[in-house]
Every structure is written in C-alpha cells, then in structure tokens.
Design a protein. Structure first.
Length: 64
C-alpha cells in the first residue's frame, strides 16, 4: 500500500495511532490563506473530530 493510501485509510477510519506513525515529528501543514501553521499534534487532533469528511486526497509539495 502506498503512502497516500495509508494516509487516507488512517483518516477515514480515525486511526490516530496509524496516522501518527505516518507523520514526522517535525511535520508542518501551512494554511497560506489563513496564515496559520498546523503541527503533528494539531493534525492528529483534527482527524479525531467526528464531523470531518475528507475526499479527493492528493499530495502537493512545495520546497521552500
């Protein structure tokens, strides 16, 4: 199973443990429109919320 499949499966099943293994401790998710940066704990907390629905998973890469 590729990384994106593991990621989407962990999010869809709310498997925080599996997702935690996929995210590096230095992970940063930048929301440019909001001017905010989310870190590993923020993403894990977000995935735990029951009313989140994710579709059309994709990977965007930007090298600063």
């Amino acid at each position: 199973m590729n990384l994106l499949d593991k990621w989407s499966q962990a999010i869809d099943s709310r498997d925080i443990s599996a997702l935690s293994e996929l995210i590096h401790d230095d992970y940063e998710f930048t929301l440019h429109s909001a001017g905010k940066t989310l870190y590993k704990k923020d993403v894990l907390d977000w995935v735990a919320i029951d009313d989140i629905v994710s579709t059309n998973y994709r990977i965007l890469y930007e090298n600063d």
